[in-house]
Unconditional design. Structure first.
Length: 227
């Protein structure tokens, strides 16, 4: 049930706490950017009955899979994989090489573009022609769910300016149904938080030293001799 006062208060509360975060996925409290994001999306999920993002749905993982991953985010993923079932890790690395091995130079150019243009709206620079499908996807579930990057946590729940246009971070498959469901409830102006402040906080906490697509991080890690 959509309760606008509660929803707006939650978004304001998270906006107030956002500048006070001081780590990425480490402390599991209000100082943790991942924790704050997960709390916000939990509240949003409880209020938006037409929200389609549920366990077992992998549309976004198949449609929009080349996105910025900072060094700090990658460290969380890498540490998770280092403790994961070797069969899971092997499957992810095999899929990475099969899907993205032929596109390494393009992925490296994408990473260079992102490094030179940190603005979130530049996220789509150089992506044309790249395959889709996240190599961390195990069937219809995320193989790195607990360690997933920030954009994966926000996807389906936040708005963003993409290629100069206001948009929703949501898959093409179910996005229109989500919007239609809100309009049926009488909400033409969809009350959703903006992803950009979260992305900017991520960059500030990370330091912006290195950013790459997840497949490139995975490929280079695998080539470094991961067993």
């Amino acid at each position: 049930m959509l309760d606008l006062p509660v929803l707006n208060n939650t978004m304001r509360e998270c906006g107030f706490k956002l500048p006070r975060t001081d780590n990425i996925g480490r402390s599991g409290d209000w100082q943790d950017l991942y924790y704050l994001t997960d709390y916000l999306t939990f509240v949003l999920d409880r209020h938006y009955e037409s929200q389609p993002c549920k366990a077992g749905c992998s549309s976004c993982c198949r449609e929009n899979t080349v996105f910025r991953v900072t060094a700090s985010e990658w460290a969380i993923v890498r540490e998770y994989l280092e403790c994961a079932d070797p069969a899971l890790v092997k499957g992810i690395l095999v899929r990475t090489e099969e899907l993205y091995g032929p596109y390494l130079e393009q992925l490296r150019q994408v990473a260079k573009n992102w490094q030179e243009s940190p603005d979130f709206d530049a996220v789509n620079l150089g992506l044309d022609g790249l395959p889709t499908g996240c190599p961390a996807l195990e069937g219809d579930n995320c193989g790195i769910y607990d360690a997933r990057p920030l954009v994966c946590r926000a996807y389906g729940y936040m708005a963003a300016k993409i290629r100069g246009k206001e948009s929703l971070l949501i898959c093409k498959t179910y996005g229109e149904g989500f919007i239609a469901g809100l309009r049926e409830q009488g909400f033409d102006n969809i009350p959703l938080p903006n992803f950009e402040p979260f992305a900017n906080r991520l960059t500030a906490l990370d330091g912006g030293d290195e950013v790459k697509p997840l497949p490139l991080w995975l490929y280079e890690w695998g080539q470094a001799g991961v067993k």
